[in-house]
Design a protein around this ligand. Structure first.
Ligand code: ARG
Length: 501
């Protein structure tokens, strides 16, 4: 069979043209979505009396067969037929004949069809990524609950700054991932609108019902403006942007895994199953999973740039450039999904060296700020004056090779500046285990504050899980509705009485 659009052509495409135009590799992800979209469209056409019941029955019979053949590997998309839409339609026309099969494309264009397929597919992909992020959050919450009082050094400039807790560090990731989830939710809302019925760009003179196809496909609303929806790929940019920012957070985490697991830091050991060896140095255990996470972040950023560059300067209306929207998105979904899988396992299995953490968290004068705070409260001095007193104390101790735990020396130097701090007070300030309890401000590192935040995060996680569930249920029930109508039609039953609103 010749090209379905071949009527006005006198010559065939060259083989290389055909190859250049086709999008089979990318489109094969959307075969089932293409069939579902076609079923919904055909049902709507018949309910609106645009095609007859007999037409509908033939069309649905062959679409069902296409689905079965695709799932059993008998229907393989061919490059000659350019894309998934042409492949499925051609299968239908071959089976049902042009007098029936040829009616499916009434009041439809590949322009609204490709958007429909992509949106159905992206909805499901976003929900998958969200579920993985929630699993990773869960691992961090468990780590936090077990380590509410485990002190770790907190860093600024990758230099020891102030003692914090492992729970505080872990919940910082939970907190960041909450915003990643929000961004994905926002993207989802813009994905979840029905483009079908926009046709090529202008809508149609047929009395179609776009709300009906929205219902059959589980879209929350109709994307009304046909020219706008046909031209829009911002929902893909938004999804990619959310994935990109999430990947940058995963990369930040990966970076910490890389240097925290060095011999020099010795804060944690990654499980063997998330590392790799060296072909020459027998002793090596390299954090390759974390390194590749950092490395692949570039690919996800690249995907966003690829899409934004493609979108730039495209006029209103469908332009073939838009076919280039899916490869970067599929790529990003793939990388982010796989990165999440290994990251969940890597964090879940890593061993934290508590002794080393205790040693590091109070070392290198990390409690200096708290000493200055104490002097402000107890000695009525300004913070700037106390900063100076503590700064010169640190300088002197450092020059003498001593530290805050040398209480006699600390006392001697402070007394010289007219300041008295008892040994009991020193213990409270300089011991990181005690120090962390002195924090009071909202969102600070104290176990009390962190416990409160954990409770809030858990609630937010639960509400995310509930939202995903209801979105999945909405999709499933739309699928079931379509399937039940398909079965009725195939059994020869009348669907005239069924209200699809
Ligand atoms: N393969 C195309 C894409 O992904 C489908 C739409 C083609 N539309 C057209 N008018 N040629 O964008």
């Amino acid at each position: 069979m010749a090209k379905l659009w071949g009527g006005r052509f006198e010559k065939d495409l060259t083989e290389s043209t055909e190859d250049y135009l086709q999008s089979i590799e990318v489109d094969k992800e959307m075969v089932l979505e293409d069939i579902w979209g076609s079923q919904a469209h055909a049902i709507m056409l018949s309910k609106q009396d645009i095609i007859s019941n007999k037409d509908l029955k033939e069309i649905l019979h062959w679409l069902e067969k296409a689905k079965k053949d695709y799932l059993s590997g008998k229907l393989v998309l061919s490059k000659q037929d350019e894309d998934v839409h042409m492949n499925v339609e051609k299968y239908l026309i071959r089976g049902a004949g042009p007098e029936y099969g040829g009616k499916l494309h009434t009041a439809r264009s590949r322009n609204d069809q490709v958007l429909t397929d992509a949106k159905l597919h992206i909805r499901h992909k976003i929900l998958d990524i969200k579920k993985k992020i929630l699993s990773l959050q869960n691992v961090f919450i468990e780590l936090a609950e077990e380590n509410l009082e485990t002190p770790v050094p907190g860093y600024t400039h990758t230099q020891d700054a102030q003692p914090i807790t492992l729970a505080y560090w872990a919940t910082a990731y939970v907190s960041a991932f909450m915003r990643d989830l929000k961004r994905l939710d926002h993207a989802y809302a813009n994905v979840d609108t029905n483009p079908l019925g926009s046709c090529a760009l202008a809508g149609t003179s047929f009395p179609i019902d776009r709300r009906m196809t929205a219902k059959l496909l589980g879209f929350t609303e109709v994307h009304k403006h046909s020219l706008d929806v046909i031209s829009s790929r911002d929902f893909i940019a938004e999804t990619l942007c959310a994935l990109t920012i999430h990947m940058s957070n995963l990369s930040k985490l990966a970076e910490e895994m890389v240097y925290w697991s060095t011999y020099e830091f010795g804060i944690l050991e990654l499980d063997d199953s998330y590392t790799a060896g060296s072909s020459i140095m027998p002793q090596k255990k390299n954090p390759c999973v974390a390194e590749l996470t950092r490395g692949r972040t570039g690919r996800v950023y690249g995907a966003l740039m690829q899409l934004l560059t493609m979108m730039k300067g495209i006029p209103m209306g469908y332009n073939r450039d838009l076919q280039e929207d899916k490869p970067p998105l599929w790529n990003a979904f793939d990388i982010v999904g796989k990165t999440l899988d290994v990251t969940i396992g890597m964090i879940d299995t890593m061993k934290v060296n508590e002794e080393r953490l205790a040693e590091l968290s109070g070392a290198n004068f990390t409690t200096a700020t708290e000493l200055a705070n104490h002097l402000v409260r107890e000695h009525g001095l300004s913070f700037r004056e106390c900063h100076h007193i503590v700064g010169s104390l640190v300088g002197e101790l450092h020059r003498k090779g001593k530290n805050f735990m040398d209480f006699d020396e600390v006392d001697k130097i402070l007394s010289g500046q007219g300041v008295k701090v008892s040994f009991d007070e020193m213990r409270n300030i300089f011991d990181p285990r005690k120090n962390i309890h002195t924090y009071k401000s909202l969102g600070s590192t104290s176990p009390r504050e962190v416990s409160k935040m954990i409770r809030e995060f858990k609630k937010q996680m639960d509400s995310n899980i509930r939202r995903i569930k209801s979105q999945e249920e909405r999709i499933e029930s739309a699928q079931k509705l379509t399937e039940s109508i398909v079965s009725k039609v195939l059994e020869g039953k009348d669907i005239g009485g069924i209200k699809i609103k």
